[in-house]
Design a binder for this molecule. Structure first.
Ligand code: PLP
Length: 404
């Protein structure tokens, strides 16, 4: 829908949002009317360089032609059926994902938080049915982020964050341990623990990659105690970090893994994959979703995953990520540049506020996100080039210099 079709002004659009919508977002103050590849355009056709990709979603670029065409075609064939009949996009997508990442089974959901809910439910049911009624506890990491529905929110180890305040009590059955501290996880697990749930890179928590020792150690701990290793790849999955799944950097395999964001190429879809043994916990009637496995989303996801794989976008993510991170180290007021592939975080010293950098970049038509007080995060489409990185760097440099 374009502004000219509505006969409204930009101010009138903003007024309607402010008047009618329950606002929980700090909006970028511009109208995103169209988008293509690594650019978003406002109503005047002004380009904004997209280094947030709808929060790590548009990995194959905005409005990727193959994804758009797959969704358009499927929309005209069969749009929604619920999960009673067999549908072709579901079957093909399930096979594609399971065979690509080497998991046995998949359950489709609509978002990252739902994928995590399904993972938590599956682990709990498996634990209780296999070992007894108390075996449902899960250890997650402090500063983790797993979503905003009750299970995922309770799994999230950020009690002081706005995403939990006022919503208590959280769901029982979660304990939290310091990220990248293997001993802390050993200490937090007890005889009632069925699983350990972590992100391979803490994205919302400030862009902190797991160390090899930590993730491999968690795998060993889970093996020793017959617990499940549950990996949340909602943000890291599907090539963003330079591997198809971030856990692949570590030479480990989880028992359960969730995904969402990039897998749909811009359409809302999420999923949990599990080993055969654990997947059996879900049986007739035990879980479901009206829209999960929606044919249009599955068709789009199939096209997006084909694009990611056929265009070797994990390799571009690795190459551009390392090029960009090296450059970013030349910014003034840097405390640390960290990340994995094109999940990039920059922590500034106390003189520079991340929010101010975000706003300064927006004025200069670069879109990024800020986390906490001094961190910015960049999660661009995986199709970006060195020129895009140079352009983003120049804008960031100008912005930080103007703030210092
Ligand atoms: C690691 C992780 N898990 C879960 C979620 C929740 O995903 P969604 O917003 O699709 O529910 C997010 C969202 O940012 C995330 O980064």
């Amino acid at each position: 829908m374009k502004l000219q079709d509505t006969k409204l002004t930009v101010s009138e659009i903003k007024e309607k949002v402010n008047r009618y919508m329950i606002e929980t977002y700090e909006r970028y103050d511009f109208l995103a009317e169209t988008a293509k590849d690594q650019y978003i355009y406002d109503e005047k056709g002004e380009p904004y360089l997209d280094f947030y990709a709808g929060i790590a979603v548009n990995s194959v670029g905005n409005c990727n032609e193959k994804v758009v065409e797959a969704a358009r075609k499927q929309t005209g064939e069969i749009m929604h059926t619920f999960n009673y009949p067999y549908t072709i996009p579901q079957a093909l997508l399930a096979e594609k994902i399971c065979t690509t990442i080497g998991m046995d089974k998949i359950f489709f959901q609509n978002s990252g938080t739902e994928a995590n809910e399904a993972m938590i439910k599956m682990a709990r049911k498996y634990g209780v049915e296999t070992y007894g009624p108390e075996k449902y506890h899960i250890v997650t990491a402090a500063m983790s982020f797993h979503g905003r529905t009750f299970g995922s929110m309770s799994a999230t180890g950020q009690p002081d964050n706005g995403c939990q305040i006022g919503f208590g009590p959280m769901t029982d059955g979660f304990a939290y341990a310091e990220y990248n501290n293997l001993q802390a996880f050993y200490d937090a697990c007890d005889e009632n623990t069925i699983g350990i749930m972590v992100e391979p890179v803490q994205g919302e928590g400030g862009v902190h990659p797991a160390t090899k020792e930590f993730l491999q150690g968690l795998r060993k701990l889970c093996d020793e105690r017959e617990m499940l290793l549950m990996i949340d790849e909602v943000q890291t999955g599907w090539c963003r970090t330079g591997e198809i799944m971030s856990y692949m950097h570590y030479g480990i395999k989880p028992d359960l893994v969730t995904m969402a964001k990039a897998m749909g190429g811009g359409m809302p879809i999420g999923a949990v994959c599990a080993t055969e043994k654990v997947a059996k916990a879900f049986n007739m009637g035990s879980h479901g979703s009206t829209f999960g496995g929606h044919p249009v989303c599955c068709a789009a996801a199939l096209a997006a995953i084909d694009e990611l794989l056929n265009r070797h976008l994990k390799d571009n993510a690795a190459e551009m990520g390392s090029y960009f991170m090296d450059k970013l180290k030349n910014l003034p007021h840097i405390r640390e540049v960290r990340g994995q592939g094109l999940l990039v975080g920059v922590e500034f010293d106390d003189a520079i506020s991340g929010i101010d950098v975000k706003h300064g970049c927006l004025e200069r038509h670069l879109l990024i996100t800020a986390i906490g007080e001094h961190i910015i995060r960049m999660i661009p489409p995986l199709i970006i080039t060195k020129e895009d990185c140079d352009k983003a760097f120049a804008i960031l440099k100008d912005t930080v210099e103007s703030l210092a």
